[in-house]
Design a protein. Structure first.
Ligand SMILES: NC(=O)c1ccc[n+]([C@@H]2O[C@H](COP(=O)([O-])OP(=O)(O)OC[C@H]3O[C@@H](n4cnc5c(N)ncnc54)[C@H](OP(=O)(O)O)[C@@H]3O)[C@@H](O)[C@H]2O)c1
Length: 236
């Protein structure tokens, strides 16, 4: 039986050698130009949510602030918590160990959903509840991405999800066969930095499945020698 899940579009920008860390790409002006492309072409998709890994959230969105842990009066059940029932757009953080701190329960106007594992402390859950940040549990100690994705569509009004890095979260989603489409901004940069993450990184502790064949849907040449590639994961 097919599980219920949102349509997942992985939207990324990479160098010609697949690397994704913009800090290695030279001038700040060029980096800002590429970031502008990333946002502009993100907006061409109609989606209700975007999802990133803990590292990306910390570096690019949460400002790296530390959570203020709070001791609850009673143990907290490992059940989903909805922090804002009226939210219509969402930022989803893959945060297995409950490390992220947030100023408030939204980032850039999108309500935050933390995807946790059951090992996260009650103190962290109490912190999220007090902030009004939603959370779900997917897996005991490792993230079960299938469960996460299906809960996102069961508990929230999410039909289309933009998967936006980094490489490790993308790799886990790829390995589980959960991606429907790839939107790749191919930048005119040959990076070459050793051990720098690429668009899809399957962590060593996961059982790597065979490589995935993609089907070209669209190619566009943009300004600044950037190429926009769109691929489908299923032939139709
Ligand atoms: N070029 C682009 O389009 C683009 C887009 C997004 C991000 N980025 C860049 O990518 C970099 C971060 O990439 P990254 O690959 O190092 O980190 P990431 O994918 O953002 O985050 C990885 C983290 O997610 C958590 N996680 C838990 N379970 C996981 C699982 N099964 N699979 C994968 N992750 C799991 C882990 O957090 P814990 O360590 O807490 O367990 C892991 O360290 C940043 O520098 C960011 O700026 C580039």
């Amino acid at each position: 039986m097919n599980m219920k899940k949102p349509y997942v579009i992985c939207h990324m920008m990479s160098t010609v050698d697949g690397r994704i860390i913009s800090g290695n790409w030279g001038s700040q002006q060029l980096i800002d130009t590429y970031a502008g492309f990333f946002e502009k072409y993100h907006e061409t998709f109609e989606s209700q949510a975007w999802m990133c890994g803990r590292v990306t959230m910390e570096r690019d969105f949460s400002g790296g602030i530390q959570p203020q842990l709070i001791t609850p009066e009673q143990p907290i059940a490992r059940e989903p918590f909805i922090g804002n029932k009226d939210a219509a757009s969402f930022a989803v953080a893959i945060d297995a160990h409950g490390k992220l701190g947030w100023e408030k329960n939204e980032t850039g106007g999108d309500h935050i959903i933390e995807v946790l594992t059951e090992q996260v402390s009650d103190e962290y859950l109490q912190y999220l509840q007090q902030k009004g940040i939603s959370y779900i549990f997917a897996g005991r100690s490792d993230i079960d991405f299938k469960s996460a994705i299906s809960q996102l569509s069961d508990l929230f009004p999410i039909q289309t999800l933009m998967l936006e890095g980094g490489g490790h979260v993308n790799g886990s989603m790829l390995n589980e066969g959960l991606i429907d489409e790839l939107s790749l901004l191919l930048l005119p940069v040959a990076d070459g930095t050793p051990r720098s993450p690429t668009t899809f990184e399957v962590s060593e502790y996961l059982t790597k499945k065979p490589a995935t064949q993609l089907y070209l849907k669209e190619v566009k040449q943009l300004e600044n020698d950037v190429i926009w590639l769109k691929y489908k994961f299923e032939h139709n």
